[in-house]
Design a binder for this molecule. Structure first.
Ligand code: AMP
Length: 120
């Protein structure tokens, strides 16, 4: 576990049920919920349930099972929203240069319209 993980970040509060979220799906190791400020008709966040700061932390320190369950949940949400054919975008912001706001690893799943070539 990374010692610099901030237990006060908003996603850790969601995981502790201290604040609500609009849950889409979950499994043993990951949770998917609606982004509070959607940037597309479908904008869902997928997070691991354990404490990982960002993509690098998760992929370096997550167990094989956590990583497997995480990507399985991403796929389950894609299936649940029926966007495998129409397409989607996965984004993970990391650190200062990535403009990551919430220091708990998350993937943004965006879809439901043509998203253009890149997010501005
Ligand atoms: P990032 O810049 O990649 O860290 O993105 C953080 C995302 O979390 C933003 O898209 C926010 O809209 C979203 N967000 C912040 N607070 C909440 C919340 N309480 N519930 C759902 N999404 C949130």
């Amino acid at each position: 576990m990374n010692n610099s993980y901030d237990n006060k970040n908003i996603f850790s509060k969601i995981l502790r049920s201290e604040i609500d979220c609009e849950k889409i799906l979950e499994n043993e190791h990951a949770l998917a919920f609606l982004d509070i400020n959607p940037q597309a008709p479908i904008h869902i966040l997928i997070i691991p349930k354990n404490k990982y700061i960002d993509f690098y932390d998760f992929t370096q320190n997550g167990s094989a099972q956590e990583i497997k369950y995480f990507w399985e949940l991403v796929n389950d949400v894609i299936k649940n929203k029926n966007i495998s054919d129409s397409g989607f975008r996965l984004i993970t912001n990391s650190g200062k240069d990535g403009n990551q706001d919430v220091p708990h690893f998350h993937v943004h799943l965006l879809g439901g319209k043509n998203l253009g070539r890149m997010i501005n």
